[in-house]
Design a protein around this ligand. Structure first.
Ligand SMILES: [Zn+2]
Length: 404
């Protein structure tokens, strides 16, 4: 399996670069228009329709035509997909300048060389961090925006055969993991929630009635908040993936698709509560864990989230909430931390998905000492038992013969 990772750095573009980026944006929009008019979405047919119409961009090297078409094809595909869900989807149009290259860029020493036209190049200095990250890998593509460069690189990775499972339960203020070696760890995320609530307060104090200024200020704070929260999440996700790698564990997470629907306007919840619940960056954490795990060849599965926090992880019985985020199971008559319980449930569901539990036949053999056989289910087992009996008979026969 090929796994991809990317590294981002800031740069200050020259006039030439900016005009190249702007041309690329126009090319993409041309392709999107043609694709919409001709109703094509596949890369190949879009290429046949667009390639020659892009000829009038004679300032731009021809290698960028293909990447512009491929980007446009991706946008059209996404548009068609969301059109199926929502017929009022906006017609796509690229506003931000950008450039994608996967053919003609070169890395020369500490610099990135981009082709402007035949034998005309732009050079961008790469930061020491970027160089350290990409060293030893082949860079596959380069994406430029008005202030950042993103280099994507890949490697071939064999997906590891997990020896156990690490279940993850994501909560608002913490993330709890539980491994098959029966270790439970809770990582504190209250800093992230706190940062978000602080920025929400700051933004709520803005009351000038000017959309442009508000947009600018929200953008600025949004970026700051994203950086801060992202940092906290990176530390946690790195630790989790390192643990999974060291102990050869597969990762299981809850599938929480559609969680935002629970906290929508009109659901009878307060503004404050909704804001708090929707500020939960579960997706960012999931994204980080998933790409880091894939890079290390660790398999990730998503399991059904239903009942993970309300059912006992030992007996599957319904539990009752207790003081201090504890839950009480009447059958086991114990109190456990509800996050730990949920993580254990996720782990056990993950085990089924990874087929780490013994095959049904073997599980039956252990149990059927006392219980009668159920023929349909235990057919394989019965067969096997008969076979072993026969083998024993043959063995006895052999020993009898040898004695004679
Ligand atoms: Zn129980």
């Amino acid at each position: 399996m090929r796994v991809i990772k990317s590294v981002k750095q800031r740069y200050s573009p020259s006039e030439q670069t900016l005009s190249l980026l702007e041309d690329f944006r126009l090319m993409m929009n041309d392709c999107i228009r043609i694709g919409l008019r001709e109703k094509v979405t596949s890369m190949k047919s879009l290429c046949l329709k667009c390639y020659h119409t892009l000829e009038h961009y004679d300032n731009v090297a021809t290698c960028y035509r293909l990447t512009a078409i491929s980007k446009a094809a991706g946008i059209l595909r996404n548009y068609r997909k969301s059109l199926r869900k929502n017929p009022n989807t906006k017609i796509p149009y690229v506003k931000k300048i950008q450039l994608v290259d996967c053919y003609r860029f070169r890395i020369r020493g500490k610099r990135l060389r981009l082709t402007l036209r035949a034998h005309e190049y732009i050079y961008v200095d790469l930061s020491p961090h970027t160089l350290a990250v990409i060293s030893g890998f082949t860079v596959r593509s380069v994406t430029l925006t008005n202030c950042t460069i993103i280099l994507s690189f890949s490697k071939e990775m064999v997906v590891m055969e997990p020896a156990g499972v690490l279940g993850i339960d994501r909560n608002l203020d913490n993330i709890t993991i539980s491994t098959t070696n029966s270790q439970d760890i809770t990582y504190d995320l209250s800093k992230a929630t706190e940062t978000k609530s602080n920025y929400r307060t700051i933004k709520s104090h803005f009351n000038r009635n000017d959309v442009r200024i508000r947009r600018e200020i929200y953008r600025k704070y949004g970026e700051k908040q994203g950086n801060k929260v992202g940092n906290i999440l990176h530390i946690v996700s790195k630790q989790i993936v390192e643990k999974a790698k060291a102990e050869k564990l597969g990762i299981a997470m809850e599938n929480i698709k559609g969680i935002r629907k629970l906290y929508r306007k009109g659901n009878g919840q307060g503004n404050h509560y909704r804001g708090r619940m929707n500020s939960w960056s579960f997706y960012e954490l999931q994204r980080q864990i998933e790409y880091k795990a894939k890079w290390e060849g660790i398999p990730v599965v998503y399991v059904d989230a239903w009942g993970t926090s309300s059912k006992c992880s030992t007996c599957g019985c319904k539990t009752y909430p207790n003081e201090h985020r504890q839950i009480y199971c009447p059958r086991c008559s114990i109190s456990v931390d509800r996050d730990v319980n949920a993580a254990r449930n996720v782990r056990d569901r993950g085990r089924v998905r990874f087929t780490l539990i013994e095959s049904p036949n073997e599980a039956m053999i252990q149990e059927c000492g006392t219980s009668p056989l159920i023929l349909q289910v235990d057919g394989g087992k019965l067969h096997r038992a008969q076979q072993t009996q026969q083998n024993h008979k043959i063995l006895h026969l052999h020993s009898d013969i040898s004695r004679l």
